[in-house]
Write a protein that binds this ligand. Structure first.
Ligand code: 5AD
Ligand code: SF4
Length: 459
C-alpha cells in the first residue's frame, strides 16, 4: 500500500492498494485532477477529496477497503460538522466488482469509479458537487481512457508505463478478467510518446505494465519492418529512445512468452536481466484445474530457453498454495519445481476464494491450517533462495540506478538490474545516474556496496 502526499489549495488524498498498475493509475488520477486545482494532501483528514484505489485480488485486500471506509465516515462527518466537505471516491478493482454493494453498504461514498473509467473523474466530481445521488461509473473504455488522460509528469528516474490491460486467460482462481476486462493493447505511437515525455523529464528506467504484458500486440508503426509487433519488437523500439537506459516489463504469462521476446531478452542490453514469470503451482493436475494452459515441464523448458538466451537472467514468480484439490503430493510438486528453477525472488499466497470465479465453487477446498502449513514451507524455501541469490552478488560489480537519498547522510539508494535495493555512499549529484557498484554486504532486504572508481577493474 502506498500513499500519495503533499498539500496545496484544494486537495486530494489517494490511497493505493494492490499492484503496480494501481500505482500507475493513482499517479494518472492525480495528474487528471491537477488542472482542476487539486494538490496532493498529506493525510485523509486534510483532504477535500479522498480516493481509495482498491484491489480485489484476494479477500483480505477487498476487506481492507470497507474498514478504511469506516474510518473515513467518521472523518467526513467531523468535517461536515465543522462546516467543511469531504468527497469520497472508491476506484480500482473493488469498485468494478462490487460497485452497487459499495454504494449500498457505505452511503457516505460519493463516487464509485472502475479502472477503465477513471478518466471521467472530473465529470463525476462535478456531478458529486451537485449531489446527484449514487454515482457509479464502471464502463470499459480503455482507449478513450488513455486518450483523455493528462500529460505525464515524472517523479524520479524510474516510471511505470501501462501498455496493456485486461486478461483473457481466465485462470480459475482469478478475478482480473472480470475486474479489468478483456486484453487490450495500447498502440506503439501512444506508448513511444509517453516514454519520450518521461525520458525528457529525466526518467532512465521504464517498467512496462500489463496484466498480461507479454500478450501485448499491435500494428507496427509506418516505416518499420514487420506487420504486427509483439513485446520483443516494442522493447527494441523503445530502447532507441535517448535517455531510456533500462527497460523492464511485468507481469508475463508463460503462454505468451514467444521466441521474439526471448530473442530480445538475449540481445537488447537495455532490457534488464530479470523476469517475473508466475507459474502458480508445480503439479500438472493443479495447473490444469487452474486453467493455466501449460504444464510444469513446459514452464521449466521455457526457463531453460530463456536462460540459454540470457545467461545472467534472474527469475521471479508468483505461487498459490491450497488451490481446491491440492494434495500434499501436489504441493510437493510445487516445492520440486521451485528447487529446480531457483528463484531470485517470489510472491506466494494462500488460495483465496473469490466470488464469481470457478475455483470458488470447486469441490475439495483445502482447510485453512493446511494452507498455512504449506505457505510456511514454501516461503522458507523461497526465502532461502532469495538470500542465496543476494549472497552470490557479494564481491561482484553491478550497475546501480540511483533513485533516492538514503537514511544516512551521504548515502544514496539505488536498484540493481535484479531490482535489489542497493545502499551506497555517493554524492547527491549522482541521483538519476547509473554507476558500477562493488557489492560488499547484504541485509535481509537490500545490498550494500561501494562505488567503483574510474580506472578500477570492474569485475
Ligand atoms: N488467491 C490467492 N492468490 C491469488 N492470486 C490471484 N488470485 C488469487 C487468489 N484467488 C495471486 C496469483 C497472481 C498474483 C497477482 O496474485 O499468484 O499471480
Ligand atoms: Fe489472473 Fe491468470 Fe489473467 Fe494472470 S493470467 S490476470 S492470474 S486470470
Amino acid at each position: 500500500m502506498t500513499e500519495t502526499r503533499r498539500k496545496q489549495g484544494k486537495s486530494v488524498f489517494i490511497r493505493t492498494y494492490g499492484c503496480q498498475m494501481n500505482v500507475y493509475d493513482s499517479e494518472r488520477m492525480a495528474g487528471l485532477l491537477k488542472p482542476l486545482g487539486y494538490g496532493l494532501a498529506d493525510a485523509p483528514d486534510d483532504a477535500d477529496l479522498v480516493i481509495l484505489n482498491t484491489c480485489h485480488i484476494r479477500e483480505k485486500a477487498a476487506e481492507k477497503v470497507y474498514s478504511e471506509l469506516g474510518r473515513l465516515k467518521k472523518m467526513k462527518s467531523e468535517k461536515a460538522r465543522a462546516g467543511g466537505d469531504m468527497k469520497i471516491a472508491v476506484a480500482g478493482c473493488v469498485a468494478q466488482a462490487e460497485g452497487p454493494e459499495i454504494t449500498a453498504r457505505a452511503r457516505h461514498v460519493d463516487m464509485v469509479v472502475g479502472p477503465q473509467a477513471y478518466h471521467r473523474l472530473p465529470e463525476l466530481l462535478a456531478r458529486a458537487a451537485r449531489d446527484d445521488g449514487d454515482i457509479l461509473e464502471t464502463d470499459f473504455a480503455v482507449d478513450e481512457k488513455f486518450d483523455r488522460l493528462a500529460k505525464r509528469s515524472a517523479d524520479g528516474p524510474t516510471a511505470f508505463l501501462t501498455i496493456q490491460e485486461g486478461c483473457d486467460k481466465f485462470c480459475t482462481f482469478c478475478v482480473v478478467p472480470y475486474t479489468r476486462g478483456a486484453e487490450v493493447s495500447r498502440g506503439v505511437d501512444a506508448i513511444v510518446a509517453e516514454a519520450r515525455a518521461l525520458a525528457a523529464q529525466g526518467v532512465r528506467e521504464i517498467t512496462l505494465l500489463g496484466q498480461n504484458v507479454n500478450a501485448w500486440r499491435s500494428a507496427a508503426p509506418s516505416g518499420e519492418s514487420g506487420a504486427r509487433w509483439g513485446l520483443g519488437e516494442l522493447c527494441r523500439h523503445l530502447a532507441k529512445i535517448d535517455g531510456i537506459e533500462r527497460i523492464r516489463f511485468t507481469t508475463s504469462h508463460p503462454r505468451d512468452m514467444d521466441d521474439g521476446l526471448i530473442a530480445a531478452l538475449g540481445e537488447e542490453t537495455k532490457l534488464m536481466p530479470y523476469l517475473h514469470l508466475p507459474v502458480q503451482a508445480g503439479s500438472d493436475k493443479i495447473l490444469k484445474a487452474m486453467n493455466r494452459g501449460h504444464t510444469a515441464a513446459h514452464y521449466i523448458r521455457q526457463i531453460e530457453q530463456i536462460r540459454a538466451a540470457r545467461p545472467d537472467i534472474a527469475i521471479s514468480g508468483d505461487f498459490i498454495v491450497g488451490f481446491p484439490g491440492e494434495t500434499n503430493e501436489d504441493f510437493e510438486g510445487t516445492l520440486a519445481l521451485v528447487e529446480e528453477i531457483g528463484y531470485a525472488s517470489a510472491y506466494s499466497f494462500k488460495y483465496s476464494r473469490r466470488p464469481g470465479t470457478p475455483g470458488a465453487v470447486m469441490p475439495k477446498q483445502v482447510a485453512e491450517p493446511e494452507k498455512d502449513e504449506r505457505l510456511a514451507r514454501l516461503q522458507t524455501l523461497l526465502e532461502a533462495q532469495r538470500r542465496d541469490f543476494n549472497q552470490r552478488q557479494i564481491g561482484g560489480v553491478l550497475p546501480v540506478l540511483f533513485e533516492k537519498p538514503g537514511r544516512h547522510e551521504g548515502q544514496l539508494i539505488g536498484r540493481s538490474p535484479y531490482l535489489q535495493s542497493v545502499h551506497v555512499t555517493a554524492p547527491q549529484s549522482m541521483l538519476g545516474s547509473i554507476a558500477p557498484v562493488r557489492i560488499d554486504d547484504t541485509t535481509p532486504n537490500a545490498l550494500a556496496g561501494v562505488l567503483v572508481k574510474q580506472g578500477e577493474a570492474a569485475a
